[in-house]
Design a protein around this ligand. Structure first.
Ligand SMILES: NC(=O)c1ccc[n+]([C@@H]2O[C@H](COP(=O)([O-])OP(=O)(O)OC[C@H]3O[C@@H](n4cnc5c(N)ncnc54)[C@H](OP(=O)(O)O)[C@@H]3O)[C@@H](O)[C@H]2O)c1
Length: 362
């Protein structure tokens, strides 16, 4: 990993290549610096370690995912990630582990490893809180022990009845009570207030299709900074990516490794991590399949948030800035797309705001 030991007026010292590089060759993420010049060939690398949001803020292009990371293991995972160089953590009230994530952040701040402003913390408005937007972010901030998050997302466009909170209220026939009267365009207005009041530095959406993003863009005062949706080698959604990028919306790819630990996974489901082409490319670069999958998305201009609670994987998933996929390799991976979705949320298909209702639309 490239890290930096010191700095001088005109440049910074890279402990990897032991050279001083000019400031223009660096991308800063608080304490975290990446050398954009290949230490050995002198070539400028294509991938950046941060990407600029339409707010002007720098968002680290790799973050730690925390869905399914249990209390009892998520604190160690976040601490390992911060020690490995991650500065971006992806959270949500519905993952039910934000309190422990908050403890990990506090312990790393107290150790002097990071300052709050070095971190990029994302959280999300759960579907049962579409009429209680402020309540939801305040709960997350309390758990995370933070005064603000860096990005707050509408988790899904569909609204559901408020129950005690992050649990869906069920009807007698086992269907969740939908709230189709609340529209995400109105929820967005409430999100804008959160940014104006400083509870979040930026706002965005998640699981919104092209049509839904366009609707927000038409009526908003603050445009979304990010759309977070499922994207990996088997679900590339190129149209949606281009649409977002052409509107200055950064895309975060969730489940970038194929979400093998999703609770409904079946043994015969596709597994991007086991793809023969990906493995072959990985071998050529002396990298893992996971690193190739992540690097592919970063080279497409996306942010990735791989989840892991395994120390060695958390560390190795971060090592994606010291190699580059060439055009042939990018094109080979592009051809692996099969429009396969790990998270269809099929049981909620009846909801009129479900983003994938219409023919799995982008
Ligand atoms: N906005 C949304 O609606 C939404 C939906 C889904 C996900 N997300 C976010 O995106 C994050 C990532 O997505 P995800 O959790 O669905 O799936 P993912 O990151 O694609 O995959 C996680 C799985 O991959 C394993 N893994 C991690 N690194 C690996 C490696 N180097 N080699 C082999 N296996 C590896 C993990 O195992 P171990 O943990 O056991 O190491 C876990 O089983 C989530 O955690 C969440 O923060 C958001």
């Amino acid at each position: 990993m490239i890290s930096f030991a010191g700095q001088c007026e005109v440049g910074r010292f890279c402990v990897h290549c032991e050279l001083i590089h000019l400031a223009k060759d660096f991308e800063w993420t608080g304490l975290d610096v990446v050398c954009l010049v290949d230490c050995f060939t002198g070539l400028v690398k294509m991938a950046c370690k941060t990407i600029k949001l339409n707010t002007g803020a720098a968002m680290p292009t790799i973050g730690l995912g925390t869905w399914k990371s249990k209390p009892g293991e998520v604190k160690a995972a976040v601490e390992t990630a911060i020690d490995a160089g991650y500065r971006h953590i992806d959270c949500s009230i519905v993952y039910r582990n934000e309190a422990e994530i908050g403890e990990a952040i506090q312990s790393k701040i107290q150790e002097g490893v990071i300052r709050r402003e070095d971190l990029f913390i994302t959280s999300k408005l759960f579907v049962t809180f579409h009429r209680r937007v402020r309540d939801c972010i305040e709960r997350s901030l309390r758990s995370l022990k933070l005064e603000y998050v860096d990005l707050y997302l509408i988790h899904w466009p569909m609204g559901f009845h408020f129950n005690p909170g992050d649990v869906l209220e069920m009807t007698k026939d086992g269907k969740p009570y939908m709230d189709e009267e609340i529209h995400y365009v109105d929820v967005w207005e409430e999100m804008e207030k959160l940014q104006k009041e400083g509870l979040t530095k930026a706002i965005g959406v998640s699981n919104f299709n092209k049509h839904q993003v366009a609707e927000i863009l038409q009526s908003c005062a603050i445009p979304p900074a990010v759309n977070q949706y499922e994207s990996h080698a088997y679900l590339q959604q190129d149209d949606l990516l281009k649409f977002c990028q052409s509107n200055a919306i950064v895309v975060t790819a969730y489940s970038p490794l194929g979400s093998a630990d999703r609770p409904w996974a079946k043994p015969d489901d596709p597994k991007p991590l086991e793809d023969a082409i990906i493995k072959e490319i990985a071998e050529k670069h002396n990298k893992t399949a996971a690193q190739v999958l992540l690097r592919y998305q970063i080279q497409r201009g996306m942010v990735v948030i791989p989840k892991s609670v395994t120390q060695s994987r958390i560390q190795s998933n971060f090592l994606v800035f010291d190699f580059e996929l060439n055009e042939d390799e990018m094109s080979l991976i592009r051809k692996q797309d099969r429009n396969w979705r790990a998270l269809k949320n099929e049981w909620l298909y009846g909801h009129k705001h479900h983003p994938f209702n219409e023919n799995n639309c982008e």
